[in-house]
Write a protein that binds this ligand. Sequence first.
Ligand code: ADP
Ligand code: TRP
Length: 344
Amino acid sequence: MGKSVILPGLRANNDLHIGNYFGAMLPMVDMAKTRSEEFQVNMFIPDLHSFTTPVEHADLYDQILHNARLFVAAGLPLDNPDIHLYRQSYVPAHSELTWILDCFTGYGQMGRMTQFKDKSSNATEVSVGLFNYPVLMASDILLYGASYVPVGDDQSQHLEFTRDIAERMNSRFGELFTVPEPVAKQHEFFGKDQGLRIMDLVEPTKKMSKSNDTGRGVIFLGDNPEDAAKKIMSATTDDKADVVYDPENQPGVSNLLEILSLLRSQKLADVVSEFAGQSRYGDFKLVVAQEVKNFLTDFQARLAAVDDNAVFTKLESSEQIMNEQANATLYRVQQAVGLRKRND
Ligand code: ADP
Ligand code: TRP
């Protein structure tokens, strides 16, 4: 048996914003760096999942590579043999296992998935892909016997489903799958990173999201730094004229304090005390705007310096190793369900 597996996945439908960056990508990269001595880290881009939300097909291929480069610009080392970086669709076993698991998954159980209900309730057309999305996610996890999967609250139900189908298959066919740890254990393992929520700049009671219509309240990693600074200057605040951290009553100002602490990698409490007593929001915003400008300028320079050949080499070598690991699991399943000759 090799090392236990940690499996973080991040979708690549759109340019990422600073919420995705500080809430997901950076914690994943930090985790990969700190845990790779003890664990195998499977960092992957679930590109087949992209079609379950609106996507620009003409741009998708480039977007996927762009996300791989973003991981590198965020500090992911390419020379660590225990950290893999791969694209889901380059490992065909994901799709094949999904079909098999589909046939052991109840229609009713999928219909009860909260994310499916949310996303299908106001859609004009609901695809079968959106419906069985959790089964593909279960395959992503089970093919590699992953124990730890960093997921936000919105994905916890899918992780529970993964455990459920793994346990059911195991009790019917013998020990086929490693069952991932339950959600509570995942939280314990990954710590507090899960909870971060950067809010929209225009509507600070809603989370910053790539699906927000205008993008005026969202800072994308690819934004022109000057334009991003302007978004900060026009962020919604309040009429209290007091820079304090009070998300309930002053969500806009609190969000800017949070953003500043992330950009500077400084403790929130230190940032809050630096501005204690400040009543002029304009001056405070100027500081945040400048910091956003510096961050984006710096990040974009790092991104431009990423060596595309090195990224391709890493993707290809990881994909080869992942195909071997995934095919070994798939073969065991195919034997168990009667598609391949058994060893006995
Ligand atoms: P979006 O809402 O932009 O579509 P996703 O739902 O695809 O983002 O989330 C991708 C990852 O980024 C998830 O791990 C999620 O927890 C994280 N994330 C998304 N928005 C934020 C935010 N505003 N603040 C912190 N983390 C976020
Ligand atoms: N469903 C996840 C999301 O929307 C992405 C994802 C797909 C994933 N497969 C995964 C995350 C496997 C972790 C493990 O964010």
